[in-house]
Design a protein around this ligand. Structure first.
Ligand code: R5P
Length: 301
């Protein structure tokens, strides 16, 4: 097995150490006109190649990734897998206006044609409920809720786990169960990329607990910031804000702190100063399971 991190994802070559595999690299040269040329370093021939790509801000990263997958095959890789700790484009899972492409299907279709299998962390699945409905290759989601719960368990006394919108209930409910704390979900109405209104449920029964907001993604940050402001306006102490994926558009982290968040904590699925929860072992275990299945198939053949 050889781990091949795309540029910007080099920290994840530690997966190779966990799995006693080799670590290579994918170099991406940009010509003056911004066209990309990829080069794989490391002995790929006959190996199970595992590309690793942090796919936030994906438009510039996806074509080099597709080129790298094809190059690994040209170099004789036995199989080509992908570890994408953050899987982008999933939030548009249906056309919102006539004529729109459904990014979730378009993007996962591209990946299904490029690689043999995929592992990701907490994909944003809402109206589509499983990765199997999107991918035609084996695609496994690993879950960060136990890691978020363990962080809360170590750092927060008497937490109240809060979700800023209905979509967050899947993460919030499992974190709350793991830390044995109550949870509640806010109402959200989004009227634009950066315009949301949040309504609080009745939280009176939980007075005295420490509010912890949890969500899968912070992107523009307006959802989490509006939730923080609503809590503060209702007289609650500054909440902790936890998220799996630190997408953070420009200025979003600062805006969240300005809104009154006590602390912002994320997983390192996307490198960011707020990263405090390491998902490397989760990913390494999933890769190990996937490669064991590849080996079992080879032995049977
Ligand atoms: C909603 O679908 C997600 O769970 C997040 O709440 C949302 O994507 C956050 O987006 P933003 O930070 O842009 O409000």
């Amino acid at each position: 097995m050889i781990i091949l991190p795309m540029p910007g994802s080099e920290w994840l070559d530690r997966i190779a150490r966990d799995l006693h595999g080799a670590a290579g690299a994918v170099e991406v040269h940009r010509f003056p006109d911004r066209e990309a040329r990829v080069r794989i370093t490391g002995a790929v021939g006959g190996e199970h190649a595992v590309l690793v790509a942090c796919l936030d801000r994906p438009d510039d990263k996806v074509l080099p990734l597709l080129f790298a997958a094809e190059t690994a095959r040209d170099l004789g890789a036995a199989s080509v897998g992908l570890v994408a700790p953050y899987l982008p484009y999933l939030r548009q899972d249906r056309p919102f206006q006539a004529g729109e492409g459904v990014s979730a299907r378009l993007f996962t279709g591209l990946l299904s044609r490029a690689v043999d299998w995929l592992v990701t962390v907490d994909p944003h699945l809402h109206r589509i409920s499983t990765l199997a409905e999107l991918f035609s290759i084996p695609a496994e989601a690993v879950h960060a809720a136990p890691l978020l719960a363990s962080w809360i368990h170590r750092h927060v006394e008497a937490p109240l786990i809060l979700g800023p919108d209905a979509e967050s209930v899947q993460w919030v409910a499992s974190i709350a169960r793991l830390v044995d704390a109550p949870h509640a979900i806010f109402g959200k109405r989004r009227s634009g990329d950066r315009r949301v209104e949040i309504t609080l449920p009745d939280l009176a029964a939980y007075a005295g607990r420490r509010p912890v907001l949890a969500d899968d993604i912070v992107s523009s940050g307006v959802t989490m910031a509006a939730a923080v402001r609503a809590l503060r306006a209702a007289g609650w102490p500054a909440p902790l804000c936890l998220a799996v994926h630190a997408v953070f558009a420009d200025g979003a982290h600062e805006a969240l702190r300005d809104a009154g968040a006590a602390k912002v904590v994320t997983c390192n699925t996307i490198p960011h100063p707020s990263n405090a929860i390491d998902v490397q072992h989760l990913l390494a275990d999933a890769v190990s399971r996937r490669l064991s299945r590849c080996h079992a198939r080879e032995l049977r053949a």
